[in-house]
Design a protein around this ligand. Structure first.
Ligand code: BG6
Length: 482
């Protein structure tokens, strides 16, 4: 059951992902999808919208009729028990028709203010009384801060146990994010160096070219810190910094990630502005076209204090990472759409190849998450010619899915994991709570002090100058991600 079936996420991601799973034979013929939303639609109208979304996403010419015949629609009021009772009847009819064994997945792809209410109704009105499994998939934002997240968690935990809850962080479905673990733990050459003796700093960038678009109302209450840092960025940090799990099970991996989040040095008071920089985009040019400032976007307060850019320095206080800064940065309306991780290794003790003041380039391992997927390793080798001089060389591996054709979409993988009952790539409550606690301290300071210099970066650039200074203070600079 997809709550929010007429919404953007369902159309852009969920229906096309289900279709691809179907095409690949990963859905048997025994499935039904119930679209749940407020609007009054007939089954036929709903099926047509599913068909249009599949065609828009990928497949213009396929024969979709069989696939869309599994889709049914329920017009629903999320606060009204009678709606749930008729949904329950519909679900049990479909259960008998398709022989579903009472297995149910409830996917909440709609406004977060209803998450708690829906979960409570699902239980109170008997939709969770099933003979098979029941799972709840829940989209972000999971709360607005640690307190509201706790409250929401309490509501959903009344109806679902922790192992039945699948909190989506779509970055965990990305091929190269999943690859971090394999690169680290399946190679002999990285893990021995993966610590403060050999790594000087780590840089994570997730930059976007798009602005806030039509999401001003939501974004004004969120900002880049809650929208990207609390979830996607900290999840990537946890994967990069965790200890090798003793086994690749959901529990073991999660428990290692949780330890990283627990070891993250909390920031308070003045330390917030020493370690974190906020930015907001002004007008500028993207692809030669003028784009408006954030404050001129629809549904945005003309004197908004909301950040559209964050850069920060994280410190993980444990034996492996003490003293290694992990820099993160993310923002909207930046120069390029790119998610990359750069691991910069320490310099060798002495440079034998140095020519007229020139220093050797440090070794870098770059994990390209998107748009291109791959790994690059920067080494130094001999420059051809008579002199023994070093020059940087790049070893490159590019995943075939550069254009996205061969790589399964994050949502496709996550939906499939949920059907199989594998929660590894979903966020556990402990991770959510720890990352909110970290981020809340920063929001408290930022919300209490108006950013006088907003807007402080031009659209189409890599963010405010202060983000560069953050690294310069430590003798580093952002490696280019373009
Ligand atoms: C979402 C945020 O979680 O991630 C969006 O709410 C952001 O604001 C998006 O644009 C970025 O995702 P991706 O996969 O395009 O990097």
């Amino acid at each position: 059951m997809i709550f929010g079936a007429t919404g953007d996420l369902a159309k852009r991601k969920l229906f096309p992902s289900l279709y691809r799973l179907y095409q690949k034979g990963k859905l048997s013929e025994r499935f039904a999808v119930v679209g749940v939303a407020r609007r009054a639609l007939s089954n036929e109208e709903f099926q047509l919208s599913v068909k249009e979304s599949i065609e828009a996403a990928s497949d213009k010419n396929g024969n979709h009729d069989e696939f869309i015949s599994h889709f049914h629609y329920h017009s629903h009021d999320v606060t009204d028990s009678s709606s749930y009772l008729s949904l329950k009847q519909m679900a049990s009819d479909l259960d008998s028709h398709y022989g579903l064994g009472g297995n149910r997945i409830f996917y909440l792809a709609m406004a977060p203010e209803f998450f708690g209410t829906i979960a409570e109704h699902l239980k109170a009105d008997g939709l969770t009384d099933v003979a098979g499994f029941k799972r709840l998939v829940i989209e972000k934002p999971f709360g607005h801060d640690v307190e509201s997240a706790k409250q929401l968690n309490k509501q959903i935990r009344n109806a679902f146990s922790e192992d039945e809850i699948y909190r989506i962080d779509h970055y965990l479905g990305k091929e190269m994010v999943q690859n971090i673990e394999v690169i680290r733990f399946a190679n002999a050459i990285f893990e021995p160096l993966w610590n403060n003796r050999y790594i000087s700093n780590i840089q994570l960038t997730s930059s976007e070219v798009l602005g806030v678009e039509e999401r001003g109302r939501y974004y004004e209450t969120s900002g880049a810190l809650r929208d990207m840092v609390q979830n996607h960025m900290l999840q990537m940090v946890a994967l990069l910094a965790m200890e090798p799990p003793i086994r690749l099970t959901t529990e073991e991996i999660r428990s290692e990630k949780v330890k990283v989040l627990r070891a993250m040095r909390p920031l308070e008071g003045d330390a917030v502005n020493e370690h974190f920089v906020r930015g907001q985009y002004g007008k500028g040019k993207i692809d030669e076209e003028e784009v408006p400032a954030y404050r001129d976007e629809p549904m945005v307060d003309p004197s908004s204090n909301t950040e559209t850019f964050v850069a920060g320095k994280l410190l993980i206080d444990n034996f492996r990472w003490a003293g290694v800064p992990i820099y993160i940065r993310t923002g909207k309306r930046m120069e390029t759409k790119s998610t990359k991780i750069v691991i910069q290794f320490k310099d060798i003790p002495m440079n034998l190849y140095y020519q007229s003041e020139q220093t050797l380039n440090p070794n870098l391992l770059v994990i390209h998450i998107q748009p291109g997927e791959g790994i690059s390793l920067y080494l130094n080798a001999k420059k051809s010619g008579q002199n023994v001089e070093a020059t940087p060389v790049k070893l490159n591996f590019a995943n075939k899915g550069i254009d996205g054709i061969n790589t399964p979409e994050a949502y496709e993988k996550l939906l499939f994991d949920c059907m199989r009952g594998d929660a590894t790539n979903f966020t556990h409550w402990d991770e959510v709570a720890l990352s909110w606690s970290f981020v809340d301290k920063i929001s408290e300071v930022w919300e209490s002090e108006k950013a006088e210099n907003f807007p402080n970066y031009e659209s189409g650039t890599m963010g405010p100058r202060e983000a560069d200074q953050l690294l310069e203070k430590d003798g580093f600079f952002w490696w280019p991600v373009t």
